[in-house]
Write a protein that binds this ligand. Structure first.
Ligand code: MRU
Length: 352
């Protein structure tokens, strides 16, 4: 079987005068593509989770910066750089945890360092943004290829959040092996945790896997232990927003719970992530900034208030799984395991 674009959906497309974005906040009830025409449209789309998932956030921000720069009226290169730095900082303020945002924006700014005219700089920015997207698709496919041999025909695997095609350029990270298994007629079943409070698992993971005819079953987050036990879950695989130099991994809130459960049930716990999600400047998970979001994501459900007025709320969007709970980190270069500090160093030195 070979897949077409329709059954592995794409979330971000460059359209010359705007960015065409799948509005992930409206899924699965409405499949709507919106136009991002200004840098504030891009900032707002990232903040409001219309686009989410570390690689997709990076790709959108990269196109956002290229779009903003395209609209600068100056011919003066020095002024161009000042405007670019301002807009870089603005987009970088949209969300704090996924390092792909800062990585992609940094790549864009670096790409114009040698430009000798404003026009050349504008072209360089766009080329770099396109390159980031193209590379991410190939990277995700390679992650899937490295992940697939970790599973056996007939396995049931648990995941949380959405680390799928719409969270990346295509294929996803944690979901890539399931698309590849489908191509190779290997039967794998997915148990998707709904992922409170914003329900990326219920709304997005099931939506994209159903389109590709991958066997997926939805559970609420508090059903994980019972499901691992009663359905014979053989492994857990998740994505990542930022991986520190020692392998500690920030991912969607609830990931840490699953890692602890995997340990208790003695099943493997895998993180699937591209090298663009590693932050070697950050020594350990303790240094990773964790986004806290609007309390309304918890006190309200589908527009209905479900908690008393004025109740105190703690709403972290991510948690950090300590590296010792991770069986393997699946990257485009292969599967890292054991002493993550040295494995990560090796992979970045090209020695892996
Ligand atoms: O808040 P979100 O939806 O952006 O969180 C997304 C995740 O936690 C994903 O698992 C992660 O970004 C990896 S996406 C390939």
């Amino acid at each position: 079987m070979s897949f077409t674009n329709t059954i592995i959906p794409r979330s971000v497309e460059w359209k010359e005068t705007y960015i065409r974005l799948l509005d992930q906040q409206k899924l699965p009830a409405v499949t709507e593509y919106i136009k991002l025409q200004t840098i504030s449209d891009v900032w707002e789309a990232i903040k409001a989770l219309k686009v989410r998932g570390a690689p997709a956030i990076g790709i959108t921000a990269a196109f956002g910066l290229a779009l903003a720069a395209k609209q600068y009226e100056t011919e003066n290169l020095e002024e161009f750089h000042l405007l670019l730095d301002r807009d870089h900082d603005y987009l970088a303020s949209s969300r704090p945890t996924a390092v792909n945002l800062f990585w992609a924006l940094g790549r864009l700014v670096k790409s114009v360092q040698g430009a000798v005219s404003v026009n050349e700089a504008k072209t360089d920015l766009l080329h770099e943004a396109i390159q980031i997207q193209v590379e991410d698709e190939a990277t995700c496919r390679r992650i899937g290829e490295h992940a697939l041999p970790l599973f056996k025909n007939g396995d049931s695997v648990m995941t949380i959040c959405n680390a799928g095609s719409i969270a990346t350029a295509r294929y996803g990270t944690a979901l890539a092996p399931f698309y590849l298994a489908k191509e190779k007629n290997i039967s794998l079943s997915v148990y998707a945790c709904e992922t409170r409070p914003v329900l990326q698992g219920a709304r997005l993971t099931t939506w994209e896997l159903l389109q590709a005819d991958v066997d997926v079953t939805l559970i609420t987050d508090n059903m994980a232990a019972h499901t691992i036990f009663s359905k014979g879950i053989s492994a857990i695989i998740v994505g990542a927003d930022r991986i520190a130099a020692n392998g500690d991994t920030a991912n969607k809130i609830g990931t840490y719970n699953l890692a602890l459960l995997a340990g208790a049930f003695q099943i493997p716990f895998y993180v699937a992530a591209p090298l663009s999600t590693f932050d070697t400047e950050t020594k350990s998970g303790a240094e990773i900034p964790i986004e806290e979001r609007d309390p309304k994501e918890i006190t309200h459900f589908g527009g209905q208030q479900i908690a008393p007025d004025h109740v105190k709320v703690f709403n972290p969007a991510f948690d950090v799984t300590p590296h010792h709970l991770i069986t393997g980190i699946i990257t485009e270069k292969g599967v890292l395991s054991g002493d993550y500090s040295s494995e990560i160093q090796k992979v970045f030195k090209g020695e892996f």
